[in-house]
Design a protein around this ligand. Sequence first.
Ligand code: PLP
Length: 428
Amino acid sequence: MMNVHTHSTYQRSFCSPLVARMGPSLVAHHFERASALRASGERLFDFTAGEPDFDTPVQIAAAAHRAIDTGATRYTPVTGTEAMKAAIRQKFSRDNNLEFGVREVAASAGAKPMLAAAIQSVVGPGDDVVLAKPYWPSHVNMIRMCGARPVIVETKQASGYKLTPDCLYGALTAHTRLLILCSPSNPTGAVYTAAELEALGRVLLCHPKILIVSDDVYEHIVFPPARFSTLAAVEPRLRARTLTVGATSKSYAMTGWRVGFAGGPEGWINAIGTIFADAFGNPSAVSQAAAIEALTGDQTFLSDWRQSYQQRRDLTVRSLRKIRGLEPLVPDGTFYAWVDCSALVAGCASHNHRIGGSGDLANRLLNEARVAVVPGEGFGSTNAFRLSFAVGERELCAGLQALAEAIPSIAQGRASGARSGGEMRPNR
Ligand code: PLP
């Protein structure tokens, strides 16, 4: 008999039990689907992007050119050059009032490998890792990849989708080994105040075995009056067990350069370096040169960019608030609007034309209005979607208009026009 392999048989044969535990990346899937439509010549309002629409500043690119011209194109120490480490220390001191020794910092090829190695170095099977929902899905998958268990804590709109001391306290057990904080948050844009971090810190001080990863990659995209704070600076007594992770990707419009960094206890940094040495290697030498310029050079453009994001945030929130059934959270940071669509979904159910949550809604918006958003399912929430406003203002206005026109038809159970298109399916 012929041995017929199905797609899933092949899938299974390439998946270890650990990889099989990881969920599909809905964010990447929706981004790719939107990109494919655009590549096929379709007019599309693409609000899925998780990156700035600014170009990397010229002085940063020039530093990379200089590195190439002077032959700085070889391997570097796995956790970065001496100059890179000096730049990271300078950055933490200037921006966060955190003083680190040279052995307490490391660079990486983007924040992702830093986060993955940081988690992998301290947790394994039998350990629990606490994080808030809505979550960034890569955090969850990185935990699963280590055989540890994500303990996902539901947060409420009333608390701005942030962990409160009570809900944190309720999630901690003897198995808890790590807490992951993400502020400003992807996907909600929520920013913890110093007082909120202090209150979480008080809970953590009572649990001395718990380590903390603070994912601060959106640190410079925070809108006044909100201010960025980070746990290790707010509660110095937690500094010995907190790893503060940053990146040049979002703040400096350097997503393709792949440079992340961290500051924390020497032992943790050493363990991360051990993983990098065998598994991930050093960040590109050329990109490190660029990142040094980003972290130590002119910082004034950051406030111009911040203002530009803030204007687009305000425009986005104003427009979304006029659409019946949608309730945007006002993000204090990032370039994402987190839009609650539960009223729309409930309204449709009561009129007998069900929308099966935000995934369904995102499919209909794409197919009927050519508006691409990322459904909340990817972030653990079926009643919201994420809309990135890191797009040009004209495009943003036109796309929000298309959204405003499509939603009433969807709410009334009518197809809103555009064209039929492929169903957007999770890649499961
Ligand atoms: N952390 C969060 C919360 C993110 O949203 C992202 C990227 O989307 C990253 C980390 C990864 O950053 P990098 O591109 O530097 O790997």
